[in-house]
Design a protein around this ligand. Structure first.
Ligand code: MG
Length: 162
């Protein structure tokens, strides 16, 4: 039930699981010749099955939505509206998702946070939309799903670093 809620909340905020799987594919395709989008989507879904991942998602999305409705106390409301670069709690929270899958997940998260590919980059705050937490949550999910694939292919000759 919580999995469906997590998927529905992501969708409500404009993120499809397929878009997260696309990032996973980009991260891992160089290391696995036979990698398919289906495997990437399956890995995203497996990460999203974890209770702690779901809870992290609910918390971050709730803060984004409360900020959009101007319901947060100051100074948090102003920080969220400005997407203050030094805030950092969004990255810290998202790292909780990734850390479940070890060091490979952490380096992937750092890469995604810097490069902001695909859906992560298009989640910038626009008008009434506030995605302070969502971009990092999506990066965290993608990094975790990517690390999961890397761990499952641990017999592969070349290890993925991100
Ligand atoms: Mg952010």
């Amino acid at each position: 039930m919580s999995f469906e809620m997590a998927e529905a909340q992501l969708l409500r905020r404009g993120v499809k699981l397929e878009e997260i799987a696309q990032i996973v594919f980009s991260l891992q395709v160089a290391y696995h010749d036979d990698l398919t989008m289906e495997q990437c989507l399956e890995s995203v879904k497996a990460v999203l099955q974890k209770r702690e991942v779901q809870y992290t998602l609910f918390t971050g999305i709730a803060l984004d939505e409360l900020a959009e409705r101007k319901l947060l106390p100051e100074p948090l409301q102003a920080i969220m509206e400005a997407d203050e670069p030094l805030y950092g709690v969004d990255e810290t929270m998202a790292l909780g998702i990734t850390s479940v899958f070890g060091m490979i997940g952490l380096t992937s998260f750092g890469y995604l946070d810097k490069v902001k590919p695909e859906i992560i980059g298009s989640l910038n705050n626009e008008g009434e939309n506030i995605h302070v937490f969502l971009d990092d949550l999506v990066a965290g999910l993608a990094a975790a799903a990517s690390a999961r694939i890397a761990h499952k292919h641990e017999n592969a000759a070349v290890y993925s670093t991100y």
